[in-house]
Structure formats: C-alpha cells, structure tokens
Design a protein around this ligand. Structure first.
Ligand SMILES: Cc1cc2nc3c(=O)[nH]c(=O)nc-3n(C[C@H](O)[C@H](O)[C@H](O)COP(=O)(O)OP(=O)(O)OC[C@H]3O[C@@H](n4cnc5c(N)ncnc54)[C@H](O)[C@@H]3O)c2cc1C
Ligand SMILES: NC(=O)c1ccc[n+]([C@@H]2O[C@H](COP(=O)([O-])OP(=O)(O)OC[C@H]3O[C@@H](n4cnc5c(N)ncnc54)[C@H](O)[C@@H]3O)[C@@H](O)[C@H]2O)c1
Length: 477
C-alpha cells in the first residue's frame, strides 16, 4: 500500500453516474479540489445502460409502429422492416453523442482528478484504489444500483439479459420473456414488440405498481392491445432451457402456466451497489436499500459522507440524482437548507401512452389524509388537439387536499411533458387557481391541466350562490 500516490481533496466522489458527475462538476466549478473515481463507464447507468439507450430504442420502435397507426388516418404504408444491427447503431449513436458531456476529458477540463479505478474506504475520511489514496474533507458515495437477479430456480443456468446487455444483444430476441412489469419491463416490452418480437411479461403483482392504479391499467391495456402478453399476479417458479430456447413456469391465480421464448430479460427491480466499498471501515451504515442517510442526504453514522442518487435509497431516477447533487452543493458549499424531500418528485414511464406522476398518487394521498382528499380530472377525449390527432386515450387527474395541490397523475400521449407545469406549480407553492389563471394556447394537449383545475372550481363558480350574486350585480347599472 505504501507505493500509492496520496492526494488531498475537498471532495472525493465514488461513481461517475448522474449523481456523482453533477456533484463533481458543481464542486469543481466552485474552485474546489475534486477527485472522481469511476470503475466502469463514465456516465454510469443512465447514459450507457439505462435512460439513453432505452429512450433511443423506444424512439426506433415508435417508427416501426407507424404503419399500424397510419391506417387510422386513412394512410396505408408497407410493414416496417427492422434491421437490428442498424437499430443498435442508432442506440449507440445516441450514447456517443451525449458521452462527451460525461467524459473523463470534460471533467479533467473542469479541474477534477479522474481515477478510472474502483474506490473503497480505508478509514472515515480516506479512500483507496489500486493506484491512489485520497484524504478528503467530504466524500460522496454515488455508486448507483444494479439489476436484482431473483432467486428463481434454474435462472442461473440459462443465459439472460439485464439492462446492461439487452441494448447490445447480438441477435434480435424474436420471442422475449420479460420478468418484471415495472417501468423497465413495460417500456422494453412495448419497444421490442413494436420492433417485431413476440413478448410475454411475467409480473408477480400488478404492472407499474407505483403508478396511479387506474392510469397504470390504461397503459397496460394499451400495451396488451398491441399484442404483448402481460401476465399479472404470476410468479416465476422455475426457469429452464438453453440458448435460444427458454421456458418459464409461473404460478398464477388459475394455476401454473408455461411460457416459452427465445430469450429472457430480467427487470425485477434494482439493488444498491454497496459491495467492495468497505463501508464498515468508513463507519458508514447501510442496508440492502443503500446508505443510511437523513433527509439531508448525509450519512447518519459518518457526517463527512453523503449519498446521492440511487444509492441514497429514495428512488431511482436521473432527475432525482440531479436534484440530490443540487441539495448537496447547496448544503455543503452554500450552507442552504434544502432537503431531498423539499420538492415533489416526478416520475414518467415512457410507454405509449406515457404514465406520469408528480407528488402523491390519489391512493397515497388518501392513505395520508383520509377522505378529505378530492380529485379533479379531465379526459383527453374531450381535448380538441387529442381528438384532431386521434390520440384520445387517457386523462389528467389532480389530487387536492384542503384546496391545495398534493399530486397529479396523467396518462396519455405527452404526459411526461404535460405534468411539468403541475410540478412547477407544486414546487413553487402556487395555488390551484394559478393553474386556471393563464391563457393556454389552443389547441394543445396541455390544456387538460387547466381544464382539470377549472373543473374543481366549477361548482363554486357556477353554483347557486354565484348565480344569486350575479343576479344582484346585474341590477347595478
Ligand atoms: C433500463 C433503465 C432505464 C431507465 N430510464 C430512466 C429514465 O427514463 N428516466 C430516469 O430518470 N431514470 C431512468 N433510469 C434510472 C437511472 O438510470 C438511474 O436512476 C441513474 O442512473 C442513477 O444515477 P446514479 O448516479 O445514482 O448511479 P449510476 O448511474 O448507476 O452510476 C453509478 C456509477 O458508480 C460506479 N461505481 C460503483 N461502484 C464503484 C466503486 N467502488 N468505485 C468507482 N466507481 C464505482 C458505477 O460503475 C457507475 O458508473 C433507468 C434505469 C434503467 C436501468
Ligand atoms: N422512465 C423511467 O423513469 C424509468 C425507466 C426505467 C427504470 N426506471 C427506474 O429504475 C427502477 C427499476 O425499474 P424496474 O422496472 O426494474 O423495477 P421495479 O421495482 O419498478 O419493478 C419490478 C417489478 O418486478 C416485479 N417482480 C419482482 N420479482 C419478480 C419475480 N420473481 N417474478 C415476477 N415479477 C417480479 C415486481 O413486482 C415489480 O413490479 C424504477 O423503479 C425506476 O425508478 C425509471
């Protein structure tokens, strides 16, 4: 160990994914000395094996689906011919276009020392890797998460994909079984189906379990209508077969079913990456959900240490990792009091239709506030733009407690974009009336938010007291 190069740093960051990179960039731009460790790819999961390749694949799949949609508009197109190698090249192209922003060169240019090795704790304020020892005033753990491989008998003996391998699959998976019906499972089920795969999803509970139940059902039924088999309430009990020939036995409400496919993708959730970090030596408490932190994202057992992104155990989203980095920079360097939970969290599943959420779902709000919760919804089938585009599936639903917005769920085309205005209103403490008190351009899909908010006030604006008042006011010349 004595031959290790020793560095001193204001901040040492373990993991150059969405969380670690944003925090490192913020600290370096403030003139602080930053050492950044990354043992695999710069950019982490989001860039290499997550958001970017999945959204690139979804975009290719949307194009492949155009001939089927075109019929509705009186246009007939020949069926799409999918070239898997070319689709993969498109996915790689998206990654390569974004990669320079996350690159070692860019971060060295910002003044960071980038060490492409695995880091581990030596003591409470020291990290070591193969070539360096870093004594740091503050340490960020941003090591992310990886796919959980469930203990289904036989799984270890068959070849399977995870998010790390599916986007570069050598052969197109013609019959794809997907274990898990969360966002990863559903997004990729629809994408591979549209590209020509026969897809079966095996989900032990309900698909999209964290989304508003009614909205999840709308999206799940839409994916089913495109030909994907989605078996909810089915638990895989045995997996067998070999390359190109996989069988899954699943226990469902009506007994066992057998599913056959050429390939299988595991999308049964994520586990925090804490292994190899020697967290005990750093005095950092953790569980299988990640590092044990308070709402300030500081380790409860070692206040020098912060945990940001997936490893903080508060959710797994790139925008959450970005927010965590912002909380860190504000608290650590500007002594401001932001907390991880200071702002409502949005979440979007990029199926067609998209399923979007910000703040509490109706069910979560009812659990928290009881029957005082009210909802106000507006369907896309009454939205003129949706009608003109023949894409009327879905609705916007506002969740309201004592006249205050506590959440919103939207399912439909463009839901992820539309929900942002509700997030803006909630994050800035705007009143519900703010969502009615602006001119919304016609015809836009986002009008559904204004209409849902207006619907909440309709009884008071057009009710009997208002009519009486207007009657009186009419007498004034
Ligand atoms: C298929 C898929 C699709 C997704 N789609 C979306 C989406 O559309 N929108 C969204 O918001 N989120 C999405 N996510 C989630 C998003 O990718 C993660 O929330 C995000 O990447 C978390 O960032 P992070 O920095 O916490 O971790 P990561 O991005 O996982 O980065 C952690 C980094 O730490 C490194 N590391 C680990 N241990 C060490 C060590 N000891 N030393 C050095 N380096 C180490 C790893 O190699 C990795 O590069 C998706 C995820 C998947 C899997
Ligand atoms: N659009 C997005 O923002 C996006 C997209 C993909 C992933 N992500 C993030 O990544 C996280 C992980 O996604 P995910 O879909 O892997 O996990 P998830 O935890 O959201 O869903 C996993 C699903 O697998 C099911 N499951 C678990 N074990 C099973 C078994 N043995 N047999 C059958 N079903 C089983 C669970 O019931 C659950 O519904 C998400 O929660 C999200 O935070 C975000």
């Amino acid at each position: 160990m004595s031959e290790l190069r020793t560095l001193k740093a204001d901040l040492a960051v373990i993991g150059a994914g969405s969380a670690g990179l944003s925090a490192a960039a913020g600290a370096a731009m403030l003139g602080l000395k930053v050492v950044l460790f990354e043992k695999h790819e710069m950019g982490g999961d989001c860039l290499n094996f997550g958001c970017v390749p999945s959204k690139a694949l979804i975009s290719a799949a949307k194009i492949a689906h155009v001939p089927e949609e075109a019929v509705r508009y009186g246009i007939s197109l020949p069926p799409a011919v999918v070239n898997w190698d070319a689709v993969k090249a498109h996915v790689r192209g998206a990654i390569e276009t974004i990669a320079p922003i996350d690159s070692q060169e860019r971060f060295e240019g910002l003044g960071c020392t980038v060490i492409r090795e695995a880091a581990r704790f030596e003591d409470k304020n020291t990290l070591v890797s193969d070539s360096v020892r870093v004594k740091a005033r503050r340490i960020i753990i941003s090591t992310g998460s990886r796919a959980i491989i469930p203990p289904v008998p036989g799984l270890e003996d068959v070849p399977y994909f995870t998010n790390e391998t599916i986007f570069s699959a050598p052969d197109f998976p013609h019959e794809l079984i997907i274990l898990g019906g969360g966002p990863i499972g559903l997004e990729l089920a629809q994408a591979f189906s549209r590209l020509g795969s026969k897809v079966t999803v095996v989900e032990m509970g309900r698909a999209l379990p964290r989304s508003d139940a009614a909205h999840a059902k709308i999206a799940v039924d839409a994916v089913r209508a495109e030909g994907v088999t989605i078996l909810e309430g089915h638990k895989a009990t045995r997996i067998s077969g070999g390359p190109g020939n996989i069988s899954v036995k699943a226990e469902g409400p009506e007994g066992d079913v057998m599913i056959a496919g050429s390939h299988i993708l595991i999308a049964t959730g994520r586990q925090a990456v804490t292994d190899g970090l020697d967290l005990e030596k750093g005095g950092v408490d953790f569980t299988n959900k990640g590092v044990t932190v308070s709402d300030t994202l500081r380790s409860k057992s070692n206040p020098r240490v912060w945990a940001l992104g997936d490893i903080a155990g508060h959710g797994q989203f790139t925008h959450l990792a970005g927010w965590h980095s912002s909380v860190f920079v504000r608290r650590a360097f500007f002594k401001q009091g932001s907390k991880a939970s200071s702002l409502p969290l949005p979440a979007v599943t990029y199926t067609s239709p998209e399923v979007a959420q910000v703040g509490l779902t109706e069910a979560e709000a009812r659990e928290k506030f009881g029957d005082a919760v009210k909802t106000s919804a507006f369907p896309f089938h009454d939205n003129d733009r949706a009608i003109a585009e023949a894409k009327t599936l879905g609705e916007a639903k506002l969740v309201i407690h004592k006249g205050k917005l506590v959440g919103a769920s939207i399912v439909g085309e463009g839901a992820g974009d539309i929900i942002q205005m509700v997030g803006l209103a909630m994050s800035n403490g705007l009143k519900l009336t703010a969502l009615t008190n602006f001119i919304s351009p016609y015809p836009t899909r986002t009008e559904v938010v204004k209409r849902a908010a207006s619907a909440y006030f309709t009884p008071s604006v057009f009710g009997a007291p208002a009519r009486t008042l207007v009657g009186i006011l009419q007498k004034i010349p």
